[in-house]
Design a protein around this ligand. Structure first.
Ligand SMILES: [Zn+2]
Length: 148
């Protein structure tokens, strides 16, 4: 599993200069815990998979500093489409932490749904939870900031 992703990363780094000029390429920012920052919601939220594969959602202020969750609620659906795992979130230690672990697998497709307030529309973010480490930024691929 490892080699193809390394080869892909090498190819991606070789072709990177060709599309680096595109102004539409949004530079991803790393979260304070090394997770993926989701900017579709305000405040922004860091999506982090912990060592036990539970998911931690940390809300961030404009300076990228963690803030206590307010009225936000979240659910995550991941894994096998025919038999998906649903994760619910509860407040824990200044963040929202999932009740269950993500399904097993080196790369797990997931959809995170967040409501900023009970009456707010659902905001969905598709995330391929690829736990392999990026050779460039050393973050997990799902949180990689290199733009490949
Ligand atoms: Zn990277």
């Amino acid at each position: 599993m490892k080699l193809p992703s390394i080869v892909f990363a090498l190819i991606a780094s070789l072709v990177a200069p060709a599309h680096a000029h595109g102004s539409a390429t949004e530079k991803r920012i790393a979260g304070p815990n090394g997770g993926r920052v989701i900017t579709k919601v305000t405040p922004h939220v860091e999506f982090l998979v912990m060592a036990d594969r539970k998911v931690k959602l940390t809300f961030l202020d404009d300076a990228g500093k963690p803030v206590e969750p307010a009225a936000q609620t979240a659910t995550l659906t991941g894994g096998d489409r025919a038999n998906p795992t649903k994760l619910a979130f509860a407040k824990e230690g200044g963040a929202l932490v999932s009740d269950k672990a993500l399904p097993e697998g080196a790369s797990v497709p997931a959809v995170l749904q967040i409501k900023v307030t009970p009456d707010a529309p659902v905001v969905s973010e598709k995330i391929t939870v690829n736990m392999a480490k990026c050779p460039e930024c050393k973050l997990s691929e799902y949180a990689c900031t290199c733009g490949h």
